[in-house]
Design a protein. Structure first.
Length: 284
């Protein structure tokens, strides 16, 4: 039985990967800050991992065949988070590493996530990289507060379109790669089936929730200030502001068929996501 390590196992993507892996005949090692607070079973064990701490990773990687890697949200220097994990995968001769980065990181070798990709590509490990677009679920997490309070989505996106991807599809692609016997050694662009601007998304949320929700384009400095007021670290707030430059410029509007290639079905449409998640916004 293969033993698969999932980094970030209690996050949005990681938790969904653990859930979907549970349907396969594999042993899951789930990494989290507080493993003692989680429930284990015959095929699921929890091990401690904290990004902020320099720690001996042997207890995390020992006996592991395959690994899912990601850098948790909130860290701007993701390469520094991922570097020791990639090195540990080399040290323990992991059979395959599946690493999640993000759309567009291959635009420059100076981007932290691209540095991590290059390290993995040059490591000699069998790897697959998934580069998802912005998540559908951001509308029920990051943007939910202002949707509920003001019936507005405040982001500096201009009229730029985004091919939003569902977390369920990201996880399904990761699971397909983690459980496959193939040697990939390539990157996959994960997008939804169509590109929408933020007013398009607001209109779809309005139609299923019965609320009158609007998108309001705001200036990047105001957006950064709102992030800082929400207690995000300054360096991470600056990173998010920079990422919206790419949204406004139309660089995240491309639509890929990689999801269907990996899991054999089209990706979840934003409308389908909105219909299944309408309870989040009906309180607005």
């Amino acid at each position: 039985m293969k033993k698969i390590l999932v980094i970030g196992a209690t996050g949005n993507v990681g938790a969904e990967i653990v859930k979907q892996l549970s349907a396969h005949d594999v042993a899951i090692v789930a990494a989290t800050r507080n493993p003692e607070s989680q429930t284990a079973n015959t095929h699921l064990s929890w091990r401690a991992f904290e990004v902020e701490k320099k720690q001996d990773l042997s207890g995390l990687f020992e006996g592991v065949d395959r690994v899912f890697l990601m850098s948790p949200a909130g860290y701007a220097e993701q390469d520094k988070v991922l570097a020791p994990l990639i090195e540990a995968a080399q040290q323990f001769n992991v059979q395959k590493v599946v690493m999640m980065t993000a759309i567009g990181v291959d635009a420059s070798d100076d981007i932290p996530l691209r540095k991590a990709e290059l390290q993995l590509q040059q490591s000699g490990l069998n790897y697959a990289i998934i580069r998802p677009n912005w998540f559908n679920q951001n509308f029920q997490t990051f943007w939910l507060g202002t949707i509920l309070a003001e019936k507005k989505i405040f982001v500096p996106a201009g009229l730029g379109k985004t091919s939003f991807i569902d977390i369920q599809d990201i996880a399904a692609c990761a699971v397909a790669l983690l459980t496959s016997g193939q040697s990939e050694n390539q990157a996959y662009l994960l997008t939804g089936p169509q590109a929408l601007n933020y007013q398009d998304a607001a209109d779809l949320i309005s139609s299923v929730s019965g609320q009158n929700i609007h998108y309001q384009d705001i200036k990047p400095p105001l957006f950064k200030e709102s992030l800082l007021q929400a207690q995000l670290p300054e360096v991470y707030a600056a990173l998010l502001v920079d990422l919206f430059d790419f949204v406004r410029a139309g660089y995240v509007s491309s639509v890929s068929d990689d999801v269907e290639k990996l899991i054999g079905r089209p990706p979840i449409a934003f409308k389908t996501y909105a219909e299944s998640s309408q309870h989040f916004w009906k309180e607005a």
